[in-house]
Design a protein around this ligand. Structure first.
Ligand code: PEP
Ligand code: MG
Length: 289
């Protein structure tokens, strides 16, 4: 079975009915790509940058080199880099703050907008790296359209500053994670984003009010709850109707049990952990959608 599953790696993913499904990978460290054959995936659907922020806050050059390495590895294939999602289950010393309820606190884009000095460094590194490949940038934990416009405005400001200094750069398409229920319930406020990527890990925990890191409530934390699936399906339908690409980069994307439900919900674009790649493609081939 394992050997058979591995044969799916070399082929593009398709369902039994021949529907093509894009399958990208989730990475954290730039070195993650060293062990992945780019031919086995459709690019990077999520690079979690908070791990670069693990110990010390990385300077612009360190970040630029990290992003450039992944973009050059991917060639023409898209690479979606997420701006730092510190806080919640991912504390970063010297950046995140002590809170009684970190999952509902200053995390993701909220923290980046509160600490613009740190955010601007990452934005410059991303704008500079963008000339080396097919970069897309997404913002984590977006809850309101105002947060998206503020983050996009910072990209525009830093772009102007780089241009004035004659530094090579490019403005990438800017999209958002759909992981806070407010976005999934009322996506029409975000009709101007370049793309949506469903973060099913957080979306599920917020819809069911069950922390993702608490084993005692793990029985509640299921993507297959109809409330979660209904939200995902409605975001997929909204994107389809408005011509905005919708993908999913939560762990459910690589879960063979969840994959049929995700395809039924209308998704055709998943991003999975590299170890899940072959299994996800094999599971897709079993679905008749
Ligand atoms: C998610 O929430 O589903 C997601 C992909 O982001 P993270 O797991 O990094 O919070
Ligand atoms: Mg998340």
């Amino acid at each position: 079975r394992q050997g058979k599953t591995q044969t799916f790696l070399a082929q593009p993913a398709a369902t039994k009915a021949g529907t093509h499904v894009r399958v990208q990978v989730n990475i954290a460290y730039p070195s993650d790509v060293d062990s992945i054959d780019i031919a086995s995936c459709d690019g990077v659907g999520l690079m979690r940058t908070e791990f670069l922020f693990g110990k010390a806050l990385p300077d612009e050059e360190t970040q630029y080199r990290a992003y450039r390495k992944v973009l050059e590895w991917a060639g023409e294939k898209p690479v979606t880099i997420r701006t730092v999602d510190a806080g919640g289950d991912k504390p970063v010393p010297g950046f995140t703050v002590e809170e009684t309820n970190p999952f509902l606190g200053l995390r993701g884009i909220r923290l980046s907008l509160a600490r613009r000095d740190i955010f601007r460094v990452q934005i410059r590194a991303l704008l500079r790296a963008a000339v080396h490949g097919n970069l897309k940038v997404m913002f984590p934990m977006i809850a309101t359209a105002e947060e998206y416009s503020q983050a996009a405005a910072l990209f525009a400001e830093e772009q102007t500053a780089l241009a004035a200094r004659g530094v090579a750069h490019k403005l990438p398409p800017l999209g958002i994670m759909v992981e806070v229920p407010s976005v999934a319930i009322a996506p029409e406020a975000f009709a101007n984003v370049a793309f949506f990527s469903v973060g099913s890990n957080d979306l599920t925990q917020y819809v069911l009010a069950a922390a993702r890191d608490n084993a005692a409530v793990a029985y509640l934390n299921s993507l297959r709850h109809p409330a979660v699936l209904r939200l995902i399906a409605s975001v997929a339908a909204f994107g389809h109707q408005r011509g905005i690409p919708v993908s999913l980069c939560g762990d459910a994307g690589g879960d063979p049990v969840a994959i049929p439900a995700l395809l039924e919900a209308g998704l055709r674009d998943l991003s999975v952990a590299p170890a899940q790649l072959a299994m996800a493609k094999a599971a897709i081939a079993d679905v008749s959608v």
